[in-house]
Every structure is written in structure tokens, then in C-alpha cells.
Design a protein around this ligand. Structure first.
Ligand code: NIG
Ligand code: FE
Length: 423
């Protein structure tokens, strides 16, 4: 096994564990360019009856349980045969928002579409109104409850987008809440600037026509300011008929690029806008939703290493019938991540385990792909592939402990959270 930084004393030693490492060094076959199974593949890169040594928050030793018997540690955890996985990573959330939209849920059940609600001034804009009205503390308190629910399911890294402020001061407020949540809870929060999410009311004329070009100029103006304040880790946009076109998104991405910020995109959720190809042309981190992703976009994403982020809860809530092209992404070697898309409109969920279950049941992912989607590939979608997402020497010791019989139980069980600890 790997003993590159051999030490006999650890800050923390976890013994008698079964480990889903998600690491190709231990035979995990999805941890490489191609998704093809090789002869030497070991599902989940799993190790039975093993131990992990941790120093300074990093994994420094992985070996057989028996080899750890002479080691000492400040803190010892006997996993008693339970399973360890990399702590889960939720790579696409709108967790910070105020208010709720159950009224729109009721409308949609009577047949009004998501697009129609948005066109009538509801949808994202109704959350914008509530978020603007909320004070920093109110916004923090509402968002904190959702964060706690996510963390209870073994999550230790989360991406949080702005996009319900749509003016400088309220986008800033959202991003500041996201940063403070990360600090207060000792977790990794990656913030994403999503001012190009919808047209705010002040950029609509008397006839309700959106002044999108003028608004995008503002979005481009605010980005360097918020970046300067240390509030932005990446930049996102909503490329769709009911939101912004490719040209407008490109403008925002060019500003991001000039600041050295990575980009990602809400792409192909309701129609094919070739957003996947656009984000790939900027070597973007991810294209998200992607139900209507074209062959051309898949090819370009494969070339640029752009991750396809699947959001099955939003698919389910919108009663979408167009399936994301899973097989084609597999064939082309596009890494697939899975996320909650936690938001008040299309995914009022704080369950990453439910998203994994839905990715299997609705999109035919294997439970192994589903776990890769919330660990290894979710790390890649956030640019964290060198420090998070697998159990490996030198990686962050973000580890979840589960009372399960097999790793597939994480995707199989519904409404049953078997997470017993997050390290
Ligand atoms: O990921 N598609 C755009 N954004 C969100 C929905 C936001 C909302 O409806 O409030 C999404 O589905
Ligand atoms: Fe989203």
C-alpha cells in the first residue's frame, strides 16, 4: 500500500474500516480519462479492513488494519467495520436565498409551466424580491438551516452561488453570507458569482421587455469589484431563452477570464443553446443541467475536461422528460458529477443522497458512478481535484463514516441517512 510519508504517530488514526477510496491507485477505474472498465478494476477502489493515518488535516498513511497495530495517535477512531468514503461534495447550489415558492409548486401542479411563471414575473424574480428584502442576519439564518441539513449527510465541501440579488449590494450580501457560513462551520465553501441569472425588474421596460444587454454591462462592471473584495471563486450564468443568450454570457466569461476566474454554466436545461460548447471554449469547470446537450458540446467538453453536472432533483421537480445524454458522455469520457441544485424553484432539496438515488433511478447511473459524482468528479467540477474527492496520500482528510453494508447503499436507500460522522 502507499506509505510515502511513513510516520508511526498520527494526529488521528482510523482503524478497522472498509474504505471506498475512489482512487485509481487502489483500482478505481473511473479515476482516469476513460470510463471503460479495465481488467484490474476494483469497484469504488475499495479496501477492506484497512486503516488511515492523518496528520495536520492530511491523509499521510493508508494501509492494512493489522499493519497499524504498533502505531500511536492523539485520537483513535475504531470504525468497527463501518465504511469510509471521501466526504461528499455538493458542487452546484443556490443555498443562500430568502423566502419560499410553494405557491409556484401549487401553480405548476395545475399545469402552469416553469417558463410561464418566470415570464409572469414569478420564479427567480420572486426569490430576488425576498432576498433583497432580507437583512444579512435573516438571510444567514434561513440559509444556515439548509446548510446543516446538507452537512448531516456527510457533505464537507459546498459550492454556493449568488444570483438572487441582481444588484451590486445584494449580490455582495449573498456572497458574504456564503463566506461566513464556510468560516462558521469549518467547511470549504466555493462561491460563484451568478448575477447573470435573470433580468432584474429595474432592467425591464414598461412593456416588460428585458434590457438584457444593458444589464449584462452592469454584471460585467460588478464582477471585478466583488472579486477584489475576495468574494468570488468562479463565475456562472444562465444561458437559456428565458435568461441570457450566448453572446451575453460570452461577455461575462471574458471578464472572468481577464480576472483569472474559472467559469461554469447553467446550460441546456430547457433547450439546446450550445452552452456546453461555449463553456468548453473557456476551458470551463462544468456545464450543469445538460438535459438538451448536443453531440458537438459533448465532444468539446471531453476535449477541455469540462465536467457534466447532473441535477436530477431539478429534472424531477420540472417533470422533465428529456434525459441528459449519459451514455454519450460515458463514451466520450466526460466526467459526470451530481449535485442537489438546492434552490427554491426547481429543487427545494437539501439531500445529496436523494440526488444520488435519483441519478441512478432516473438517469441510469451506477451507484459507483453516483458516488464518483459526489466525490471525485464533484471535486473536479470545483477545481479541487488535487486536494479533495478521494482517499489518497497527501489529500485533505475530509472523510465521511457510514453505517452501511456496501457503498451502493448510499444510492439505494431513500430517506435514510446513514452518515455517523464526518472527519
Ligand atoms: O438551477 N436554472 C436556473 N437556476 C436554477 C433555478 C433557480 C430558481 O428557479 O430559483 C436552477 O434550476
Ligand atoms: Fe442551478
Amino acid at each position: 500500500m502507499k506509505n510515502t510519508m511513513m510516520k508511526t504517530h498520527f494526529d488521528l488514526l482510523i482503524i478497522h474500516a472498509n474504505i471506498a477510496t475512489m482512487n485509481s491507485d487502489f483500482g478505481f477505474h473511473l479515476d482516469n480519462q476513460s470510463n471503460q472498465t479495465t481488467k484490474t478494476a476494483t469497484p469504488y477502489g475499495q479496501l477492506t479492513n484497512h486503516a488511515i493515518g492523518i496528520n495536520d488535516g492530511k491523509i499521510t498513511w493508508i494501509g492494512h488494519h493489522d499493519d497499524a497495530s504498533s502505531f500511536t495517535a492523539d485520537r483513535l477512531i475504531d470504525a468497527q467495520g463501518k465504511w469510509l468514503t471521501p466526504a461528499l461534495i455538493d458542487c452546484h447550489t443556490h443555498l443562500v436565498y430568502a423566502g419560499n415558492r410553494s405557491d409556484e409548486f401549487e401553480s405548476r401542479l395545475t399545469g402552469v409551466s416553469y417558463e410561464q411563471i418566470a415570464k409572469n414575473g414569478g420564479g427567480i424574480i420572486s426569490t430576488v424580491n425576498a432576498t433583497r428584502q432580507a437583512s444579512f442576519d435573516e438571510l444567514y439564518a434561513q440559509s444556515e438551516k439548509r446548510l446543516k441539513a446538507l452537512l448531516a449527510e456527510g457533505v464537507k465541501t459546498i459550492e454556493i452561488k449568488s444570483g438572487y440579488g441582481l444588484d451590486l449590494q445584494n449580490e455582495r450580501k449573498m456572497l458574504q453570507v456564503a463566506r461566513k457560513l464556510g468560516q462558521d462551520y469549518g467547511i470549504t465553501v466555493k462561491t460563484t458569482y451568478l448575477a447573470a441569472h435573470a433580468t432584474p425588474p429595474e432592467y425591464k421596460d414598461d412593456d416588460g421587455n428585458a434590457q438584457n444587454d444593458a444589464y449584462i454591462d452592469k454584471v460585467c462592471e460588478w464582477l471585478p469589484i466583488l472579486h477584489q473584495e475576495g468574494l468570488v471563486d468562479a463565475v456562472d450564468a444562465f444561458c437559456e431563452n428565458i435568461a441570457f443568450n450566448k453572446q451575453q454570457v460570452k461577455k461575462v466569461f471574458e471578464v472572468a477570464q481577464s480576472l483569472g476566474l474559472p467559469v461554469k454554466l447553467h446550460a441546456e436545461q430547457l433547450s439546446d443553446m450550445s452552452g456546453g460548447a461555449l463553456v468548453a471554449s473557456f476551458d470551463g469547470l462544468s456545464a450543469d443541467h445538460i438535459e438538451y446537450l448536443s453531440d458537438d458540446s459533448i465532444q468539446r467538453m471531453a476535449q477541455s475536461g469540462t465536467v457534466g453536472v447532473l441535477l436530477p432533483t431539478a429534472f424531477y421537480v420540472l417533470k422533465e422528460t428529456q434525459l441528459p445524454p449519459i451514455d454519450k458522455m460515458r463514451q466520450q469520457g466526460v466526467s459526470m458529477a451530481i449535485s442537489t441544485d438546492c434552490n427554491p424553484g426547481t429543487s427545494p432539496s437539501t439531500s445529496i443522497l436523494l440526488a444520488m438515488n435519483m441519478a441512478c433511478t432516473l438517469f441510469q447511473l451506477t451507484p459507483e458512478e453516483a458516488l464518483a459524482g459526489t466525490t471525485l468528479n464533484a471535486a473536479k467540477a470545483l477545481g479541487l481535484q488535487d486536494s479533495k474527492g478521494k482517499i489518497a496520500i497527501g489529500y485533505d482528510a475530509d472523510i465521511a463514516l457510514w453505517d452501511i453494508e456496501r457503498p451502493a447503499d448510499l444510492s439505494y436507500l431513500i430517506g435514510q441517512n446513514k452518515c455517523v460522522d464526518v472527519i
